[in-house]
Design a protein around this ligand. Structure first.
Ligand code: NAD
Length: 495
């Protein structure tokens, strides 16, 4: 059956026949799977109004009760696990094991949200005057717009962003990616089944134009995860208002640094996973492997051999595939653009040697084989920009100082894996590498819902997602209460 996307607004599923529709595709075959409405400004305004109307009642519900809805939602996620995995695989082309991990990540976020209902949402702090009490308490911002990417279509928008926003007493308008709308709609039905009051959680479909209407609409906070360019435009818009804040979780040029003393087998395992899981289309995917000079040749040979054995294919019908297709023909063209830049440099420059000359596969679907090259660090587009595909540079370094300098020499700062047994090198990396997430003796691609997830610089603006979302969706209010009868003593000895 061909899927037809519908918006969920104010507790009602809405048909939309007055707006342009966008087709959705199976990335492994290119076949059309359905279509979604590209929701208009009027429809977005209607969704924001529904969220606003629900917001006064929702924030007056006890925090514990708001959180309790997530216990129910967690049970529904467990019940529908297999269906959810199947939809993620269909829409994204990702490995079922990774789709399973995504459902579990979403489940964990539900559990965190449920538990957080009974944890403090502020602090008691001493006033300098014994006649006063002081506290800091967090209150909801209001209507939160959630704009999500395609690559973790279940975990990020529907849970990492929406769950903390709702527990804190905000209401939500969620716009999923136009590339992966089905899974978001499946989850919206679970929100409905879990009994959230109408208007508390709303879903609207559409592409970037709908996203822009939402950003420019009357919302109080925007939780955006996606590309740096769109994130920048959202930050600029918020800066032009007085009240809107945004959390922008963006792209990266992440890396794994392997030191000579580290365990080479471990380094190869985590480097292959960090480079090629989800075809290199994770925000934290490592397109750069930094390797200490004495083990550089050995590492390059082994890495290229392992990468060359990775099989790509349709996860729904082919066995033994490590990764699936890229999300779209445009994504393939973008990766091939960077591959081509490297090929041009390799022809005229001895600093660049192609070890695996991968590229688009001549078959239906958006498949690519790994492109791997050995290369000195330098001021190259392909070394500094996010490629978002199976494209990996193997870069030598001489010592810890140079490893840190190379890692920091991009505007991004999202994730870093470091393989070493030397605790002093670990400490240097922890203190000096510009990264939001550091994995010591691990790859760059792990996430746990109860930790803040996010980057710095071009990777993020400091408001983290997952557990970090609680801070992004609340205002901290400092409250001081005077208990003297009929008078007040001022702080700092003021008369
Ligand atoms: P994208 O920026 O193209 O789209 C993300 C979302 O923004 C989609 O819902 C899209 O419809 C919407 N959008 C597009 N233009 C918009 C506009 N002008 N105004 C408002 N909304 C707009 O990103 P994508 O291709 O879906 O995802 C891949 C990118 O996301 C990569 O750069 C990846 O690194 C990044 N990402 C970051 C994280 C993180 O946590 N840091 C996680 C996943 C993905």
């Amino acid at each position: 059956m061909i899927y037809e996307g519908r918006n969920f607004v104010g507790g009602v599923w809405l048909e939309s026949d007055t707006v342009p529709y966008v087709d959705t595709h199976n990335p492994a075959t290119g076949e059309i799977t359905g279509s979604i409405p590209c929701s208009s400004q009027a429809e977005v305004t209607h969704a924001i109004a529904a969220a606003f109307a629900a917001s006064r009642n929702w924030r007056s519900v006890s925090r514990v009760q708001r959180a309790d809805y997530f216990d129910k939602l967690a049970q529904l996620l467990k019940r529908d696990h297999d269906q959810l995995v199947a939809t993620i695989v269909l829409e994204t082309g990702k490995n079922p094991n990774e789709a399973h991990a995504e459902v579990i990540e979403a489940l964990h976020m539900c559990q965190v949200a449920f538990g957080s209902g009974r944890t403090p949402y502020g602090e008691v702090i001493a006033s300098e005057l014994s006649t006063k009490d002081a506290q800091v308490f967090r209150k909801p911002k209001g209507v939160v717009a959630v704009i999500a990417p395609w690559n973790f279509p279940l975990a990020i928008g529907s849970f990492w962003a929406s769950a903390p926003a709702l527990v804190e007493g905000n209401t939500v308008v969620h716009k999923p990616s136009e590339l992966t709308p089905m899974i978001a709609e499946q989850v919206a039905k679970l929100y409905e089944e879990a009994g959230f009051p109408p208007g508390v959680y709303n879903l609207i479909h559409g592409d970037g134009r709908t996203g822009q209407h939402l950003v420019e609409g009357d919302v109080d906070c925007i939780l955006f995860t996606g590309s740096a360019e769109v994130g920048k435009s959202i930050r600029q818009h918020c800066a032009s208002t007085w009240h809107k804040t945004c959390s922008c979780e963006l792209g990266s040029k992440s890396a794994v640094i392997t030191f000579e003393d580290g365990n080479l087998d471990l380094a190869l395992d985590v480097s292959i996973a960090s480079a090629f899981k989800l075809s290199g289309q994770r925000c934290v995917s490592s397109g750069r492997m930094l390797i200490e000079r004495p083990i550089y040749d050995r590492f390059c040979e082994a890495f290229a051999a392992r990468a060359g054995e990775l099989k790509t294919g349709d996860m729904r019908s082919e066995q033994g595939c490590f990764y699936g297709p890229l999300i779209s023909p445009e994504a393939v063209a973008k990766v091939e653009f960077y591959n081509q830049l490297v090929r041009q440099d390799a022809r005229r420059n001895h600093d660049v040697e192609i070890l695996l000359n991968g590229g688009p596969v001549d078959r239906q679907g958006n498949f690519m084989t790994p492109f791997v090259y050995a290369c000195q660090w330098g001021d190259k587009k392909y070394l500094k920009e996010e490629v978002f595909g199976p494209h990996v540079a193997l870069i030598p370094f001489e010592d810890v100082d140079q490893a840190i300098d190379i890692y920091n020499d991009t505007p991004y700062g999202l994730a870093l894996g470091v393989v070493t047994d030397d605790f002093r090198k670990m400490r240097r990396c922890q203190r000096e590498c510009n990264t939001g997430m550091l994995y010591l003796n691990g790859g760059s691609i792990a996430a746990e819902s109860h930790l803040p997830f996010g980057g710095i610089g071009k990777s993020g603006n400091g408001y983290k997602s997952a557990a970090g979302t609680y801070r992004a969706v609340t205002e901290e209010i400092a409250v001081t209460t005077n208990y003297e009868e009929g008078k007040v003593t001022w702080a700092q000895g003021m008369k």
